[in-house]
Design a protein around this ligand. Structure first.
Ligand code: SF4
Ligand code: SF4
Length: 271
């Protein structure tokens, strides 16, 4: 993919470390890794900052010597737990890469069903694969140093984070919600177009990816700081959407698990 030697580059005369980087996948669709390989316009610049030593989607070589491990997917089997612990031992920095790794992602939807055989049948038909009963995020098993949110991740954001690592700069996630980016992008609010949206409570950083294409946000990046659930409920109600509609979205990626559980219990207790 690129030359394997680690060597020093400079930026404005400052030596930059060029970290060795490995990409791994646990249970996932591998869409987050695919986003990196899709990054044609800036891929070469991006790769000039790092030395990739492991990336099954893009190269055949493999190495257990890496500084940064990007791990995509959630843990759903015992062998994945073992693999994750080995990766943790090898890596100086372990990055939870995408919403499955950060929160369990879409995979965690299966945790709500008691009958795992039924779930397997629905998902895999006559070709079941081995999975544990629960899909869990990386930090249920190992220490995670950095989280990159999104389903899938936003490649521009990953590039910015990797550049900051190479420059030794802090990595700060936006605290504000998707609505801020949506307004900056001059979109018409989807509520005014008759579509529900979790933009008011979801962590920004995706550049309002879905609303830009007139799709309401499903909260794949998890809650913004100080996300106001009560106000979100009020907005849904004002525009004629039920609490069940809000619950569907809150449950989808696992980032709002606590809020979804609270709302689910509240709806179940309703006469
Ligand atoms: S479309 Fe969604 S993200 Fe955009 S302003 Fe409306 S609620 Fe916020
Ligand atoms: S708009 Fe919402 S669902 Fe879409 S990418 Fe951004 S955070 Fe995820």
């Amino acid at each position: 993919m690129n030359d394997r030697k680690t060597h020093t580059r400079t930026y404005l005369g400052v030596p930059l470390t060029r970290p060795t980087v490995a990409f791994f996948e646990l249970s996932s669709c591998e869409g987050c890794q695919l986003q990196i390989t899709n990054n044609e316009s800036t891929l070469l610049d991006f790769l000039s900052l790092i030395t990739v030593v492991n990336f099954r989607e893009a190269m055949t070589e493999k190495s257990d010597e890496y500084d940064i491990a990007f791990v995509e997917g959630s843990v759903t089997r015992a062998d994945e737990e073992d693999r994750l612990k080995t990766i943790r031992k090898n890596a100086k920095v372990l990055v939870a890469f995408g919403s499955c790794a950060c929160f369990g992602g879409v995979n965690q939807l299966k945790n709500r069903f008691n009958d795992s055989a039924w779930v397997k049948k629905q998902v895999y038909g006559d070709y079941p694969i081995e999975t544990n009963d629960e899909a869990r995020p990386l930090d249920a098993f190992v220490t995670v140093d950095l989280r990159i949110f999104g389903c899938p991740i936003k490649k521009e954001e990953v590039e910015k984070i990797v550049v900051n690592i190479a420059l030794g700069k802090a990595i700060v996630h936006p605290k504000y919600p998707v609505c801020m980016e949506c307004k900056a992008n001059e979109n018409v609010c989807l509520f005014d177009l008759g579509e529900p949206c979790l933009g008011p409570i979801t962590r920004a950083g995706c550049d309002s990816w879905c609303p830009n294409s007139r799709f309401g946000c499903w909260g794949c990046r998890g809650p913004a700081e100080d996300a106001n659930m009560e106000q979100m409920k009020e907005i849904m109600k004002k525009y004629g959407f039920s609490e069940e509609t809000m619950l569907d979205r809150l449950e989808c990626f696992g980032g709002f698990a606590k809020d979804a559980e609270k709302l689910r219990q509240m709806l179940a207790a309703k006469p």
